[in-house]
Design a protein around this ligand. Structure first.
Ligand SMILES: [Zn+2]
Length: 363
């Protein structure tokens, strides 16, 4: 028994030593694990950080959202508006004026705008930008982009009594921008024919196919010219007639070659078009009465210049616009573009090339 008690004691102490030893090893192992794997700590910290962040309101992230609004306007947003003039001097009884409006980029989705006058007792403006003088004074006409109300442009309008002399011409034109940037939604080429909006465009840059042949004046042109002639007769007692209107591609070949041999190519290019580049091939052009410089400044030419737009025509190559049209002044050459466009182009003070920002140059 004694012996067995002794043995039992011995066994217990051995067990105790083993237990203590095991505890020690466990402790060491734990220490080693903790110091040897710092990632676990970081993961833990990160996890708690995520938790606490999600509780913070999103407004603290302002810096990122600011940079987004600065650089990323929705695609197709208008970023700039320019006008054909920014100052206008008018008499109370003057005709309306309509500035040409150019929105950038040209392929913006919504090119609509609203117009407002700072003082409707001086000048009124309608939804198309038509400015009408009302009474003497000064006001500001403003045009604002609908898609981006931060973008606007202003015209200072001064209206003078009928008997007072204007300090400067009616509207002061700005230099047109000749560069065409981006995709032009308003320019389309269909079957080799270029259209700007719905206007068939023919000049030194944009020719017609040689086989394009309407065989005479278009019905709209003919009808409009009849109305114009009747008005000239009734209103001013003037007799207007078509000296020449439609010319086929082949006719133009003869004509141009003739002019070249008589005047030389350089001079001929100032007043006659190469075949395919003549507006007469459209059937929408009329040379009125007597084509030639002698017609300039005649009562008939003055009447045409002031009234052709009422019937849908524009004097296609106005005075001092050769750098844009590519042709010297031709008071007799009128082009049918329809009443709406004729009204807008005439009252903008721009020629067609300036108005639609297109070139007229042989390549
Ligand atoms: Zn002509």
């Amino acid at each position: 028994m004694r012996k067995s008690k002794k043995q039992q004691k011995h066994l217990l102490s051995v067990l105790l030593i083993i237990a203590v030893f095991l505890c020690l090893i466990l402790g060491i192992l734990l220490i080693i694990r903790k110091s040897g794997s710092p990632e676990t700590e970081e993961v833990l910290i990160a996890e708690t950080a995520v938790e606490s962040e999600s509780q913070i309101p999103e407004t603290t992230e302002e810096p990122t959202s600011e940079t987004v609004t600065e650089t990323e306007l929705p695609e197709g947003t208008v970023t700039d508006i320019s006008l054909s003039f920014y100052r206008a001097f008018m008499h109370t009884d003057d005709e309306d004026i309509i500035p040409a409006v150019r929105m950038s980029p040209a392929d913006a989705l919504d090119l609509s705008a609203v117009w407002e006058s700072s003082d409707s007792s001086v000048a009124r403006v309608d939804e198309n930008g038509r400015i009408s003088p009302i009474g003497a004074g000064e006001c500001v006409i403003r045009v604002i982009s609908v898609s981006n109300p931060d973008v606007s442009a202003e015209i200072t309008v001064k209206v003078y009594p009928e008997d007072e002399e204007l300090p400067q011409p009616e509207h002061i034109l700005c230099d047109p921008v000749q560069e065409v940037s981006g995709v032009r939604e308003d320019i389309q080429v269909i079957g080799g024919i270029t259209y700007v909006n719905d206007i068939m465009l023919v000049n030194k840059t944009y020719p017609l196919p040689s086989d394009y042949n309407p065989h005479g004046m278009t019905p709209e042109t003919e009808e409009a010219f009849s109305a114009l002639r009747a008005a000239a007769s009734e209103e001013a007692g003037l007799y207007l007639f078509s000296h020449s209107d439609f010319r086929s591609y082949d006719t133009q070949v003869y004509l141009y070659d003739d002019y070249c041999s008589d005047y030389g190519k350089e001079e001929a290019d100032r007043f006659s078009a190469r075949a395919g580049y003549s507006e007469h091939q459209t059937g929408m052009v009329i040379d009125v009465n007597w084509p030639g410089d002698a017609f300039n400044d005649t009562p008939e030419a003055v009447w045409l210049e002031e009234n052709a737009w009422r019937f849908g025509f524009i004097v296609r190559f106005p005075r001092d616009k050769e750098q844009f049209t590519g042709y010297k002044y031709e008071s007799w050459h009128i082009r049918y573009v329809g009443k709406d466009w004729a009204d807008k182009i005439y009252h903008s003070g721009f020629c067609l090339e300036e108005y639609f920002q297109v070139t007229s140059e042989y390549s």
